[in-house]
Design a protein around this ligand. Structure first.
Ligand code: ADP
Ligand code: MG
Length: 700
């Protein structure tokens, strides 16, 4: 692979490009530019279109306008001892425009002089009868000096690149232009010609030229699609190959449906399974009783009953003599799984269930021994399960709860142990389809799209904090009915600066002033595990009526008698977090309520979030909106390391392109998985040079 790298100059370090060197290569590195090829693929964030700019005479006050003109005068006015103002007059022959800076660096004054051709953009106001822009965005198009490459003179469309300190726009344009004039012939095609023809895409070589030097905005936009397609296509090729790998391998375990433990469980269940649960159990059993390894993502909104489905799969594994593991992202959640699964299996004492958590505690070493000896059949735990000293006796099934909280590598670690156990990934955060296809497109998917019967949708109320009297009155009414209440706050301690209502002061307020007759408790992340456990247990058993907490209760807690979720500073929470919190109530048959207490002023985005929460209970709708507002990286939080970073594709805007890329990738892999046909030569070369590493990580 390294030999191949050296053949192509585009893989060589950017520091060797004339005008870069060690220092600038570090700065360019911050922009993700490490090689010549990276620079060529470093696309403009915007374009200046000269003839699309307004004439001064046509500028519209109050609106965003852009404009190209010549500087007629530059004047610095002293306002007082240490402040001055820079006034620059521009004209395009139709009228004059004044640009004013109140804060400016010396460089600005040095660069601007009468005769310069500039592009400015900003909101136009009128000042004493003339047009004015204060602090415009500025671009010097022609300074009549040497360091502007002559190539860029008088271009109708100019690229605008993202920059970083000490890398100016002029420098960036110079470097891009230089890279192309020296190395353009090294650009290699990455798409087969029959696909280029099918979509009318330009070649890669032509496409790169258009993105940087194109003079036609609509051509630039259609060319962007070529690069977006290319990224999505390779992502989907990788997933298609992984999927083929999972399905083809006969190295998985072929479980037999013995119906011993599973039948007892079915008979002892206190409820009947929903038809969605039955369907999903059938899908899972189908995978497990087939010779290939199961890799299945189970999505189901909070409260849809994923636990019981998982328990059926576990029993199928252990009635075949294997061990089954359930890994949870937090200790609270692992504890809860331990309790609820123990309760479900009470009638089957021959099944041994073990719990493994982080840190050191009494009995842990013995548990690790029991796991290695095969004395426990079902093991529930946290990250502690993937520590080196944990060795399974015969692991046959793995379930990973809230799987997006674990990185690809962590998942691989667990699924690698034993002899290819079947794996079920659980997600209570519904994942928008476009994201699921790019991140989990190699997994089979099951969806629990039905809630157990008798649940009433949670009534959601968005209310400002100045109506707290009303809100607390309504909460008291619920408490008097014997129900329990969660109050969630964003921070633990008082912070004068941010003026946040913190859990401690809310706790003091509600326990002393609002609900002195009810028992209240405080739960936060800095408490010791044992303290948290005691409080959670007392809340579950109904001894505590009002639980004030930080977001430690976010995932998975199940207390059916709780009917109110009150979220302080709801405007500060992300959408999926709000949805998760709301999912803590509405688990019994009583009508439940979720109060979103907002403290104005609210940003537009916060309004959109709160409005979304009030208008729907559908986790998929909420997830879609969340993805749109935050982008894929943040949607999963920082722990997810398996998210492909797309440079050119936008998985929300390019959903249709994704669908097409997926179906073509699937077809190609099913016919020519190793790209050996002549017509796939370009794919083979690109794939085995750039993507094989990622594929190995995925397939581990
Ligand atoms: P989640 O999908 O959020 O993990 P759980 O598995 O915790 O949901 O289930 C939520 C609650 O619903 C639990 O109290 C569980 O016992 C109950 N439950 C699950 N399936 C059914 C069903 N078919 N009918 C009634 N209640 C159910
Ligand atoms: Mg759950």
């Amino acid at each position: 692979m390294d030999a191949q790298k050296q053949h192509n100059p585009l893989q060589s370090d950017i520091k060797y490009l004339k005008g870069v060197g060690e220092f600038r290569s570090r700065l360019l590195g911050k922009l993700g530019i490490k090689t010549l090829g990276d620079l060529m693929e470093f696309f403009p964030r915007d374009y200046i279109v000269r003839n699309r700019s307004s004439r001064v005479a046509d500028l519209i006050p109050g609106k965003q306008n852009s404009f190209v003109g010549r500087v007629t005068s530059v004047e610095k006015r002293r306002l007082n001892a240490n402040r001055s103002q820079l006034n620059v007059t521009l004209t395009d022959g139709t009228d004059a425009l004044y640009c004013t800076w109140f804060h400016f660096g010396a460089w600005l004054q040095e660069q601007l002089h009468a005769g310069c051709l500039v592009w400015v953009s900003g909101s136009v106001t009128t000042y004493r009868g003339s047009f004015q822009i204060v602090h415009p965005e500025l671009e010097i198009l022609d300074k009549n000096s040497d360091d502007t490459p002559s190539f860029w003179h008088n271009r109708q469309v100019l690229p605008v690149y993202p920059l970083t300190e000490k890398i100016s726009m002029n420098l960036m344009r110079t470097l891009v232009y230089r890279a192309f004039s020296l190395y353009a012939e090294a650009v290699e095609e990455t798409l087969p010609s029959y696909l280029l023809e099918k979509f009318g895409f330009p070649s890669r070589y032509k496409g790169l030229q258009i993105m940087h030097f194109g003079q036609d905005i609509s051509l630039i936009e259609s060319t962007r699609k070529r690069f977006a397609f290319e990224e999505l296509f390779y992502n989907q090729l990788m997933l298609a190959r992984c999927m083929r790998h999972h399905h083809r391998g006969s190295e998985g375990i072929n479980f037999e449906l013995k119906r011993t433990y599973t039948t007892v469980l079915k008979q002892q269940l206190p409820f009947t399974l929903t038809s969605a649960q039955k369907k999903v159990i059938r899908e899972i059993v189908g995978d497990m009783t087939s010779p290939s390894q199961m890799n299945r993502l189970l999505q189901g909104d909070v409260g849809s009953g994923k636990t019981i489905v998982t328990v059926f799969a576990m029993l199928l594994a252990i009635e075949n003599g294997y061990q089954a593991v359930l890994m949870a992202p937090t200790e609270i959640l692992a504890d809860q799984h331990m309790r609820s699964i123990s309760a479900l299996l009470e009638g089957q004492p021959e099944i041994n269930i073990g719990l493994l958590k982080g840190g050191s505690y009494r009995g842990k070493r013995q548990m690790i021994k029991d796991i290695a000896a095969g004395d426990v059949n079902i093991i529930i735990g946290t990250h502690a399960l993937i520590q080196k000293d944990v060795i399974f006796h015969d692991l046959g099934f793995v379930a990973i709860d809230e799987q997006h909280r674990f990185g690809v590598e962590q998942r691989a670690l667990l699924t690698r142990s034993g002899r290819h156990p079947d794996v079920l990934y659980l997600s209570a955060t519904p994942i928008p389809r476009s994201l699921a296809l790019t991140v989990y497109g190699d997994l089979d998917m099951s969806i629990l799209d039905e809630l157990p019967p008798g649940r009433r949708p949670v009534e959601t109320i968005w209310r400002n904090s100045n109506k707290n009297n009303l809100t607390y009155g309504e909460v008291r009414r619920e408490l008097k009915r014997g129900r329990q209440v969660y109050i969630v706050c964003p921070l633990i301690e008082e912070s004068e600066k941010m003026d946040l209502v913190d859990a401690t002061s809310v706790y003091e307020h509600v326990s002393v002033q609002e609900f002195p007759e009810f028992s209240c408790a405080l739960l936060h992340g800095r408490m010791k595990q044992e303290e948290k456990d005691v409080i959670m247990r007392r809340f579950k058993e109904g001894e505590i009526s009002v639980l004030v907490s930080t977001t430690v209760i976010e995932v998975g807690i199940d207390v059916p008698n709780a009917s109110v979720m009150l979220i302080e500073h709801a405007e500060r929470f992300g959408l999926s977090q709000l949805h998760q919190l709301r999912g803590r109530v509405g688990r019994g048959s009583a009508q439940s309520f979720c109060y979103l207490i907002a403290h104005p002023p609210l940003s537009n985005e916060a309004r959109v979030r709160l409005h979304t929460m009030v208008s729907t209970n559908d986790g998929f709708v909420i997830a879609e909106k969340d993805l749109e507002l935050r982008g894929p990286g943040e949607f999963f939080g920082t722990e997810q390391s398996g998210i492909p970073g797309f440079k050119h594709a936008n998985i929300i805007r390019d959903q249709e392109l994704l669908r097409i890329a997926r179906s073509i990738a699937m077809d190609i892999v099913s016919q020519d998985a190793d790209f050996t046909e002549d017509r796939h030569a370009a794919i083979g070369k690109t794939y085995f040079t750039n993507f094989i590493k990622g594929e190995k990580l995925f397939m581990a």
